[in-house]
Design a protein around this ligand. Structure first.
Ligand code: ADP
Ligand code: MG
Length: 232
């Protein structure tokens, strides 16, 4: 990719309006933010504040009503559905609250999946998936299936799957929402390591002690950013 001068995320005056007339909802009311490479950002806000709407736009699952969004320098509003799917596969690693691993399929095969979609050959897939599993501390569990792993381990497999394509952005939506304290700590330790190794992470959470682990905290109220604070 060469020398990169642009931010990973560049959100410019983004508005999102659902419905029209009497049922119109302004979910985002002019959100602007940039995230530089290597930053680790937590987004907090109460229910209905627009977090999922913003996540969907950042993740190229939806487009703004007005305003502009550049991901890794690419104006995604100009892309068609097929191109958006490619951007999601190549540039973004998703982590969801519900893990979303494929049942009766080894951890290794789960992690290899995004590489298979990207057309990477089998031997190279295996090599990269093993590296990603080692990164989350699960090298020894590569042939375990999801139901043979704890919740925290499953989420770490999901994190390995998210980072195996070397995405510009790791996007996590309540990744610790289904986990106990110990597993939450294990997963957050992985995010700490990813952050230390230079990954760009955006994490949505309700939990203040999870948000505290990030380098930067953004708070949404009623579709607007009301706080954007550097933590470390
Ligand atoms: P959060 O994730 O912070 O709970 P959301 O982004 O889901 O907030 O929702 C923000 C606002 O937009 C809420 O008022 C919600 O009811 C509304 N909203 C979200 N998605 C839709 C949709 N698909 N159609 C209509 N309204 C929606
Ligand atoms: Mg939500």
């Amino acid at each position: 990719m060469g020398e990169v001068m642009h931010p990973v995320l560049d959100v410019q005056r983004v508005r999102k309006i659902y419905g029209q007339g009497e049922t119109e909802v302004q979910a985002l009311r002019g959100v602007s933010l940039t995230v530089e490479r290597g930053d680790y950002v937590a987004i907090m806000g109460s229910s209905g504040s627009g977090k999922s709407t913003l996540m969907n736009i950042l993740g190229c699952l939806d487009i703004p009503t007005t305003g502009k969004y550049l991901l890794d320098g690419v104006d995604v509003s100009r892309l068609n559905d097929r191109q958006l799917a490619l951007v999601r596969n190549r540039r973004i690693g998703f982590v969801f609250q519900a893990f979303n691993l494929i049942a009766r399929t080894s951890a290794l095969a789960n992690v290899e999946l995004p590489l298979a979609y990207a057309g990477v050959k089998a031997a190279e897939r295996r090599r990269r998936a093993n590296l990603a599993l080692a990164m989350v501390g699960l090298a020894e569990r590569a042939d375990h299936e999801p139901n043979q792993l704890s919740g925290g381990q499953q989420q770490r497999v999901a994190v390995a799957r998210a980072l195996v394509t070397a995405p510009a952005l790791v996007l996590a939506d309540e990744p610790t929402g289904n986990l106990d304290t110990q597993s939450t700590n294990d997963v957050l330790a992985v995010f700490d390591r990813l952050s230390a190794s230079g990954r760009t992470i955006v994490l949505i959470t309700h939990e203040p002690d999870v948000a505290e682990r990030a380098r930067r905290l953004i708070r949404l109220v009623d579709g607007r950013i009301v706080q954007d604070e550097r933590l470390k």
